[in-house]
Write a protein that binds this ligand. Sequence first.
Ligand code: NAD
Length: 486
Amino acid sequence: MKEFKHFINGEYVASASGKTFENRCPVDNSLIGMIHEAGEAEVDAAVRAAKAALKGPWSKLTQAQRTDLLNKVADRINERFDEFLEAECRDTGKPRSIASHIDIPRGAANFKAFSETLANHPTEAFRMDTPDGKGALNVGHRTPKGVVAVISPWNLPLLLMTFKVGPALACGNTVVVKPSEETPATTTLLGEVMNECGVPAGVFNVVHGFGPQSAGEFLTTHPLVNAITFTGETRTGEAIMRAASVGLRNISMECGGKNPGIVFADCDIEKAVEGTMRSAFVNCGQVCLGTERVYVERPVFEKFLSRMKEEVAKLKLGRPEDKEANFGPLVSLEHRDKVKYYYDLAREEGATVEIGGGIPDMGAELNDGAWIEPTIWTGLSDDARVIREEIFGPCCHIRPFDTEDEAIALANDTDYGLACAIWTENSARAVRVAEQMEVGLAWVNSWFLRDLRTSFGGAKQSGIGREGGVHGLEFYTETKNICIKL
Ligand code: NAD
């Protein structure tokens, strides 16, 4: 049986308390292994190792040397691709066909993209006049923030974790990562890669456990942590902000969403169906950027709905290794309970279940897994809880609209503001609508298309701050102004 230990100061260590908890595969609820739960002692050891490493060989590396090292990490993940793929699919149950295109390659790429951004980013410099006529020169100088705590979720475990660890290390910080308790495997494996590539001990550390009263809380309240970057639910983000307020630590928050799709009658309907299918159902609907509310202009409403139902009926549920399968289980039975609760609530709130709505019969071998049917509803009122609360499952509600202004108002009528997808062939309309959306990411005629040089983050209750490209540099470095009197 597998054992997932902490990775502290370049070594795998067990919890002194001996406390462990189960890691189960959501495909069939089989036991994968036991995860060590960090107590305050392990978290303290990890943070102190990270603090010490800031002054060690890591700090002596030039930017180019750090870039070389991180490129090596990316290459080594790709060399060990199959191991990462296997580990990610076992933890999450997602189809290999998806993880091999998204999770692992993009997880590796995150170690390359940010080094390049950093290398090409100019230094701020201002020459100023002074009364003596000789002037002064101001130069912006960036230094690492210090020890960065990385708290990551389970839906895209490697990809979302390296999206933070990549830029944090590129900027010269050291990190302590607390992966989700549901998905410890790829983060643990990354420790081996760091050692193989010669990343100095203490630069990358991992502690396992839960949030409150466990590794997450111990890490975010540790006084030697200089900055906290978090991806997860908005309510968890609030708890972490409270922890970060003590000692005034920097935070970056990527939180929940209830993202709208707007389908105008002048769109390419097949493109809109293909994109909305992906945005609602890929990764079993467990993507923060995913679409749970779809607004369709009335003349194409029936056509769009019937095409979506046809496509949902074609989704093939199956094990990760099943080459035909493009739809896996939810991440855990606990999460399935939550999604199923909303499926039942939708009926109570008066939804018409257009397709799905229940738990599929997967046969004796898989029936203990966290399977759920992909689901489409219509007919809910705009104030229904199913319309207002993030479900994070493979489902969407489709509603007609009549005017552009109405569509914008409906789409923005939410506490969240992460992403939206707009489907129209009229480019003037696309820009006009995108500019009015209260979100951090607006896609036109696409979804999940990401250039790593661009900003990433949410408006309203979907987050605070932006990462990605130079925006990541702002968070992961401290800027000092050096004023030189001439
Ligand atoms: P979660 O908030 O339950 O957990 C995220 C992480 O926080 C886990 O590692 C967890 O152990 C830890 N945690 C929980 N309580 C904590 C506490 N009090 N102190 C410190 N750490 C704590 O989220 P999840 O269920 O793992 O992920 C799903 C959520 O993440 C959804 O809401 C989704 O929208 C969001 N998400 C957002 C983005 C984004 O970029 N905006 C990306 C992916 C997922």
